[in-house]
Ligand binder design. Structure first.
Ligand code: 6R9
Length: 684
């Protein structure tokens, strides 16, 4: 057993000293006392006497705000000298420069020092009722063992380790072990195919992969090690694969594999890379967004604490997979930085039955539950009895993330799951934003919450809406200042949690997020600002669709579809669009134009296309509908008119809009006719 020493006590001592200092600052004035009880740092801000004033200051004087919060909530080995050095017009973002710290020390050692036996992780394994608990001391030991193992095998500061694992303690320890030794991690969702995994390993230039022999989800065994074996065939950079055993079945080991995953923390600069995480954009190639150490951790911790009103001793249950940003920020980093007990959910909402979540809430005494609208919509259909069977009295806050939550699902979540007594926080954010940016809380305890609205910007967040009118293909940039208006959702000010770059492609980072509206960060989403000034997200403005809360670029799927071969290449072109789906939020609809003279059975080709998309990307990206067409509606300059295709699929023929730029109007009629046949065939 290896326990780090040396700098551990130094970190803890400094944070302890600050806590004492903060408690001495509570003394002045009654209203100030209230706001200081809410956020101790507020005591140091002149003239801030309430939550509204605190929020105002966090935006108008964001440097003072973030400096105070960073000093108070993170343990530094060397304090920062510069709060921020950002220039949005150039995509330059730096926070807390000069500061040195270690993220794993912040997530583990300082809690081990004060409460070693507090439970850090509750692993809700796929097999119901077999949960396992890990204290902060145990998690630190596991992290150190993995860290030592990686170091021993030559993983160095600045290297990037790919983690292809289900949500489990060893995956968390692997992420923290990377942070401990100064390596970046690249967690790839364990539902991705070998090709998708390989692309991410290559782009990240990883030489080390950590995986498990097999995954278990919904009672099914998933051959993760085999997928890694296939993936690394096309990854010349990979030198070693560490394999942990999730099941008892032995795996074939090759010379590359080192079995058994069994450390002085590296002192890192605030702006060193903490992790890459791949997400879909509107082109075919996923982008590896880069997050750095201090700013990301601080933002994840602060949002976790305040959006969910997390308090010491609470059990926090975010059911996201660690392969997504939600898992990074609200399963791992935010809760652990706050010393919370966090749940690792390995299963599915309906395994072994649709009561799984609420049984877990009862068994683990979960206080905050954070999930996705797609699961809520699914469970709603099974009926209230699955919820009512279980005691949910521990619940205090319910959260939603990943896509818009429709009013019916929101109401059910609030009325049935929360018995009408828990605030529901619809949280809007992105891989790019690092943490929650818009959510109904924090706000006054009795402040209204409007169903299906993210509503209020978080501390330090300044959203704006900008006119989306296109002019010669460029976006126009008029700032929309009034309420009751819709536009492109942008951020007018940097915040510590935002991504710093796209791995190996800073130019794409600038072009995607900072050039569309110079001086602002462009989210890619549209939003409506109500009469009261509340924000509601209306959906993506680009060609990204959101299936069950997972982003996928339409171009990524089209790329696979046009590569389809039977005996010879069969597909001439394809257009993929998202359409409203009652459970998944959006479904995938593919239009396919075959090459001339190709004679294939459409059903056979459809089956093959579905198989190919599952194999090349992931199952969730596989089209729900494939419609074969003679041609696609295009503008005279040759651009596919997706807007028109979307309207046809949603049966909104009145709303086809301006067709004056259409090259050949007959193409639209053919598509409409084809869609009718398709719908009729479905009904039969
Ligand atoms: C955290 C996460 C980001 C995209 C985002 C938006 C959509 C997320 C939402 C929401 C409406 C919400 N989105 N939360 N839309 N209401 N509460 O999901 O990150 O996977 O990067 O997706 O998801 O379109 O731009 P990510």
């Amino acid at each position: 057993m290896w326990l780090p020493c040396g700098c551990t006590s130094k970190y803890v001592a400094s944070s302890f000293a600050r806590r004492i200092l903060a408690s001495h600052l509570h003394v002045s004035g009654r209203s100030r006392c209230n706001v200081a009880a809410f956020m101790p740092e507020a005591a140091g801000f002149e003239g801030v006497s309430g939550r509204a004033a605190l929020r105002e200051l966090s935006v108008s004087n964001s440097e003072s705000f973030w400096a105070a919060v960073a000093r108070h909530r993170l343990s530094w080995s060397i304090p920062f000298h510069t709060v921020q050095d950002c220039d949005l017009s150039r995509g330059k973002i730096k926070w807390f420069e000069g500061g040195k710290l270690n993220v794993s020390v912040n997530c583990l050692d300082r809690h081990v020092h004060t409460c070693p036996e507090r439970v850090a992780l509750i692993w809700e394994r796929d097999e119901r009722g077999s949960e396992m608990k890990y204290t902060y001391r145990e998690l630190l030991e596991m992290t150190c063992r993995v860290g030592n193992l990686l170091r021993r095998h030559g993983v160095k500061r600045g290297d990037c380790v790919t983690i292809y694992m289900p949500t489990c303690p060893l995956a968390v320890a692997s992420m923290l072990a990377c942070a401990r030794i100064g390596a970046a991690h690249n967690v790839v969702f364990a539902g991705f195919s070998a090709d998708a995994l390989a692309e991410r390993i290559r782009d990240a230039q990883s030489s080390t992969v950590i995986t498990v022999n097999q995954g278990v989800r919904g009672g099914k065994v998933i051959e993760l090690k085999k997928t890694v074996d296939t993936a690394v065939e096309s990854c010349p950079t990979v030198k070693q694969v560490f394999v942990a055993m999730r099941t008892d079945n032995p795996v074939t080991m090759t010379a590359r594999d080192i079995e058994d995953v069994v450390c002085e923390p590296a002192v890192m600069n605030s702006e060193d890379v903490l992790f890459l995480l791949y997400t879909s954009g509107s082109t075919g190639k996923p982008k590896g967004l880069v997050h750095t150490q201090a700013g990301y951790l601080l933002y994840a911790a602060l949002t976790h604490r305040y959006v969910f009103s997390y308090h010491d001793g609470d059990v926090f249950g975010c059911v996201a997979d660690i392969g997504w940003i939600t898992g990074h920020s609200y399963v791992v980093y935010g809760p652990l930085a706050n010393g919370a007990t966090t749940v690792l959910f390995e299963s599915t909402p309906i395994y072994p039955d649709p009561g799984r979540y609420w049984d877990m809430v009862e068994r683990l005494k979960i206080n905050q539950f954070y999930g996705a609208p797609t699961a809520i919509r699914l469970l709603l259909k099974y009926g209230d009895q699955w919820v009512n069977k279980y005691d949910r009295s521990t619940l205090k806050t319910l959260g939603s993330v990943g896509e818009p939550i429709n009013t019916e699902a929101w109401e059910w979540y609030h009325r049935v799951v929360g018995d009408g007594r828990c605030p529901v926080v619809d949280t809007w954010w992105q891989t790019e934003t690092g943490g929650i940016c818009i959510a109904p809380r924090p706000s006054d305890p009795d402040a209204e919450i409007v169903p299906g609205m993210a509503m209020r910007p978080f501390f330090g967040i300044k959203p704006v809406l900008i006119d989306t009118e296109r002019c010669f293909g460029f976006l126009q940039g008029e700032l929309l200042t009034s309420n009751n208006t819709s536009g492109a959702l942008c951020m007018a000010q940097p915040w510590p949690g935002m991504a710093r770059t796209i791995h190996n492609n800073h130019q794409r980072f600038i072009e995607t997020y900072f050039q569309p509206y110079p001086g602002y960060f462009f989210t890619g989403d549209g939003a409506y600002r109500s009469e009261e000034g509340y924000y509601q997200i209306t959906g993506r403005l680009d060609d990204v669709i959101n299936v069950s809360g997972h982003r996928i670029g339409t171009a990524e799927i089209e790329d696979v579809v046009v590569r389809a071969q039977l005996s010879c290449p069969a597909v001439a072109e394809s257009a993929v669009i998202g359409y409203t789906h009652s459970i998944k939020g959006q479904g995938v609809y593919a239009f396919v134009v075959l090459k001339k003279g190709i004679d294939v059975k459409e059903a056979d080709l459809s089956r093959q296309l579905n198989g190919m998309v599952s194999e090349k990307i992931a199952k969730y990206a596989s089209p729900d509908f494939i419609q074969f067409a003679q041609r696609l509606p295009k503008t005279r300059s040759g651009k596919i008119m997706r807007r028109v295709l979307r309207k046809v699929v949603e049966s909104d023929l009145e709303g086809l809009g301006d067709l004056s730029t259409l090259d050949d109007p007959a193409a639209v009629q053919e598509i409409i006719q084809g869609r009718r046949c398709h719908v009729m065939a479905q009904k039969r």
